[in-house]
Design a protein around this ligand. Structure first.
Ligand SMILES: Nc1ncnc2c1ncn2[C@@H]1O[C@H](COP(=O)(O)OP(=O)(O)O)[C@@H](O)[C@H]1O
Ligand SMILES: [Mg+2]
Length: 275
């Protein structure tokens, strides 16, 4: 009997090393922040557009990248109909409301479905992160698709991500997906800046608060996973209407009470990165 351990070959040692991915920064931008949640329809795009505009309001230079290849929302929510120019090498982002924007929806007909396999989605994401002339940005806000699929993996493994904000509505079905989303980012080493409770309540004409989807679910989930709870955004038809009309509420009316909530959230995000 000998207690000498068998020597591992160099190749075997390499194999056993945890895989380290080479993460590229998005050229032209300081901080990359993803707006995510594994569920669709919880208000990620609404949040991403308004957060981008709120960061602009407090003096940051901001880009907005629509990473939802199958269901892009930025063209509609920002009212952009033009196509981006290309110099043969790189695409020029479209400047709207002083935000540099890019979306697959600028390149395709709005009503044509994107019937693409995963590798094509990955390749589109690479184009948008490496072949767009993003210029002097403090923040680029990434509007993520629902799910925990190719897009999330590509961003987490190939791109230097500085944080993710998880948006959810408070009902249990949404929270179940959110928990999966949190675990995914934790596993892939992307820092979660915090959770936001969107459409958390409705204020009646008499000032009475109605918790349509239940109360406190997002905050409890944040506590369960030891993440920050960033705040609540109430449900208000004007938020949806402004997005549908192509000018999100923060741009339409920066003094609206919901715009003020977005601006406060933007200040929290900014102070995490810029002192
Ligand atoms: N705080 C809010 N108040 C009212 N409507 C909202 C609010 N947040 C989102 N919405 C609406 O909910 C719908 C889904 O939002 P969207 O941002 O497209 O979700 P996601 O990107 O998660 O799929 C849209 O019609 C949007 O206008
Ligand atoms: Mg969306």
């Amino acid at each position: 009997m000998t207690d000498k351990k068998p020597e591992l070959s160099a190749a075997m040692k390499r194999k056993l090393q945890p895989k380290v991915f080479k993460k590229n920064p998005i050229i032209g931008t300081k901080f990359t922040i993803a707006i995510s949640s594994a569920k669709g329809g919880v208000g990620k795009s609404t949040f991403a557009t308004n957060l981008a505009l709120a960061l602009k309001q407090i003096g940051c230079k901001v880009g907005l990248l629509d990473a939802d290849i199958y269901g892009p929302s930025i063209p509609k929510m920002f009212g952009i109909k033009e196509k981006p120019k290309s110099d043969g090498q790189k695409l020029e982002p479209i400047l709207k409301y002083d935000i540099q924007c890019m979306s697959i929806g600028f390149l395709t007909d709005q009503e044509t479905p994107m019937i693409w396999r995963g590798p094509m989605v990955t390749s589109a994401i690479k184009t948008f992160t490496q072949k767009v002339n993003w210029k002097d940005l403090d923040f680029i806000i990434i509007d993520m698709p629902p799910g925990t699929g190719d897009t999330q993996l590509t961003f987490s493994q190939d791109i230097k991500m500085d944080g993710a904000i998880i948006v959810s509505t408070p009902q249990e079905v949404a929270l179940l997906d959110v928990k999966r989303g949190i675990k995914m980012f934790d596993k892939l080493g992307v820092k979660i800046l915090g959770l936001v409770d969107n459409m958390s309540y409705f204020l009646g004409d008499n000032g009475k608060k109605h918790n349509i989807f239940g109360e406190g679910g997002v905050k409890r989930t944040a506590e369960e996973f030891k993440k920050k709870f960033l705040g609540e955004i109430m449900i208000d038809p004007i938020v949806g209407k402004a997005a549908d009309d192509g000018m999100p509420i923060v741009e339409l009316d920066p003094n609206n009470k919901i715009s003020k909530i977005y601006i406060e959230l933007a200040s929290k995000v900014k102070s995490e990165f810029i002192k």
